[in-house]
Design a protein around this ligand. Sequence first.
Ligand SMILES: [Zn+2]
Length: 628
Amino acid sequence: MNRKLAGVWLVLSVSSLALAQPPPADLVLRNGKIVTVDDSRPEARALAARGGVIVAVGTDQEIAPFIGPSTRVIDLAGALAVPGFIEGHGHFMWIGAAEMRLKLGTARSWEEIVKAVGNAAEESEPGVWIEGRGWHQEKWDSVPAGSVDGVPTHQELSKASPENPVVLEHASGHAVFVNQKAMEASNIDGKTPDPPGGAIVKDLNGNPTGLLRERAQELVRVPRDFVESRERKKVELASKECLSKGVTSFQEAGSSFATIDLFKKLAEEDALDLRLWVMIGEPNDELALRLPLYKTVNAGDHRLTVRAIKRMIDGALGSHGAWLLEPYSDKPVTSGLNTQTPEEISRTAELALRYGFQLCVHAIGDRANRETLDLFEAAFAAHPQLRDLRFRIEHSQHLHPDDIPRFGKLGVIASMQGVHATSDGPWVVPKLGEKRAREGAYPWRSLLDSGAVVTNGTDAPVEDVNPIASFYASVTRRMANGEAFHPEQRMTREEALRSYTLSPAYAAFEEDIKGSLTVGKLADVTVLSKDILSVPEEQIRDAKVLYTIVGGEVKYQEQAHTNSVQPARAERSTSPRLRRNRAGARRTEAGARREARGGRAVGVGPCRIRSLTNSRESSAPNGRPRSR
Ligand SMILES: [Zn+2]
């Protein structure tokens, strides 16, 4: 072979080598059932990711050339991989806050509670508030001598936590128990009169026992200041919880500017482990001043987007707070509550349109939904030049049949929560009556059929953030008692998967970067132990998350699978270690809730907690309607 020919041969072989040998991927998934939610290639066996994005999807043979010496290869062994789940509506910081409170629901004695508080106090800086919830004296094996009203006096608790104020919420939500330090901080003593609608329980000598009933709970002044270390801890705990459930993106339903400032900082520090898409929950006056400053799209390598506003037009159904067209069947004196007026929300819509934000309005009852659709329609009509606005109705829970087709027609997103239908099911008919329940309660089949985009989620921490539970509810409508709640409204499994992936991506203007396993999109993948698209219905709930992958990095891995993977290099992690550290627990959820109840921030707390503003008696642990 002469030199010239050899040169040509060399060039040819290098270029054919280049064709056959693409640059190595950071991560390869192989030997799986990969359901892409991309109609151009619905299923595949393998996938390669590089630089945080998907670079190839195909057969094992097609993906093999992407494996280099430093590629992490995960053998899925036939497991199902789907686009990372997108929680369509939840309360991120509240998930973290819930994790930070002592869980006292299983305590069998007062001593157990005192011990738990003592341990927390030992690990906390003096002065830090210790919060807990869920205790119930009926669950105890015995009640200490000297109890008043069946509940002990505070002395043992005060001794266990002499330097840290303690506030422990009763399981009913109707009382709290506080220690001496908390009473001092709140100026509660023997001379403090009972507030209207509340009682400071006192012993025979007239000294407070520590038990504060009903509105006396509001006397406790948990500091409301924004303490960054505590808020960071919430982010850490909420991230860990979401990732363990396969959630790679979270649509946060109402944050204050202060919280968004923290999210921005974390995004800049590369310290957000999953992706947040945030609705702002601030009053109109604040929005008018600050909206342009807060618009954020894909900050921190697509970890943070802020381009939506949250409003609430009514309350929750369980507490008769949902705003109905006709009175409640079980309480005919009321048709529910209008919490923010349509005029006020119309002004928000104007601000949203002016600055290019989406508007997301919490609406549960049929009147609430109709009013919201009306005001959206009017706002759109006033700006005919603006198109594709993707305003959303959060929950879209109970609709008049006439309003169902309006979602598709107006391009309004129905941001629903599958699991609410089956949690609420048992008491929906008593509240709405058979006809209204059948025609319009959680009507996602009718919405999909009429051309609406329906997204899914959990409203966590109202419900567990688990997408599998909501997926199961969406496709079965089966309640805990085994009966199906209006099963004609079921989604197909493919629709349910879409409602947790591509549809919420669309509902956030993110369908070009998320929601399907498509070359060029972010490499966010969730791997499940069971094929939820084909196993018998009752096995869906057994599916476990094996891997949660965000931007091509494994952010969660089921313990049993830690040995089955062969990482070609050490795990790359830019995030802070997710350690549960009791000492760091800075417990102020009650403060946040009180702020949400009476403060000025709008739509900051979980819907079903905030919606109980005017009917505290109906609230229950974690904001669940008591009637559950
Ligand atoms: Zn909510």
